[in-house]
Design a binder for this molecule. Structure first.
Ligand code: SAM
Length: 189
């Protein structure tokens, strides 16, 4: 996940993030160096209890506080309206109940807050999508529950977010995997 191509996507995704940030699916903390100066604090959430340890170096390099909680996105341990930004990168593919997780992200965002996302998912070309559906079971088994064929934009809109920006495109990689969705969404009413 620490490639030049993906890191470029991280920077683009996190541009405009600000204030108190919740990062869902914190992983190894690879996004930390891409947050802009307007970010005051990052709270990471990941079900893996190893996340904080694996991210230690990245956390030490930050000039803002970083806290990591061992928790699942489907039940975020935070009050409603407590974050200015929620960031999620290459994680909606893996969360078992992505719809519930998005409802939780919406709940913890302030009304004027924003969801920043970059994710891989279902491709618009029927030929590619057919392969994504065929290979989905294998991918899930081999890659920790990662789905190839989730329609990320539909999931985000389905949770009641309003998509303010959405770009979908391919990046270099295997044809089943690198169709990306990147954008910013408002929590709406
Ligand atoms: C492919 S990794 C991406 C990590 C990181 N966001 C990045 O961009 O490098 C997917 C992450 O989602 C996390 N994850 C899996 N299920 C989750 C859940 N229910 N809630 C939150 N995070 C979850 C995994 O532990 C893992 O860290």
């Amino acid at each position: 996940m620490n490639t030049r191509v993906l890191n470029e996507q991280r920077g683009k995704c996190l541009a405009g993030a600000r204030g108190r940030v919740l990062e869902v699916g914190f992983g190894n903390g690879l996004n930390l160096k891409h947050y802009p100066p307007e970010v005051e604090e990052v709270v990471g959430v990941d079900p893996s209890s190893e996340a904080e340890k694996l991210a230690r170096q990245e956390i030490q390099r930050c000039n803002f506080p970083v806290r990591v909680h061992t928790a699942s996105a489907e039940a975020l341990p935070f009050d409603a309206g407590s974050f200015d930004t929620v960031a999620v990168t290459w994680t909606l593919c893996t969360i078992p109940d992505a719809a519930r997780a998005l409802a939780e992200m919406k709940r913890v965002l302030k009304a004027e807050g924003r969801l920043h996302f970059v994710e891989h998912g279902l491709a618009p070309q029927p030929r590619v999508a057919r392969w994504q559906h065929r290979l989905n079971g294998i991918q899930k088994a081999l890659a920790g529950g990662c789905h190839l064929n989730r329609d990320i934009a539909a999931l985000i809109a389905g949770a009641g977010f309003q998509l303010e920006t959405l770009e979908t495109y391919y990046v270099k990689g295997p044809p089943t995997h690198p169709h990306l969705y990147r954008g910013i969404a408002a929590p709406g009413g």
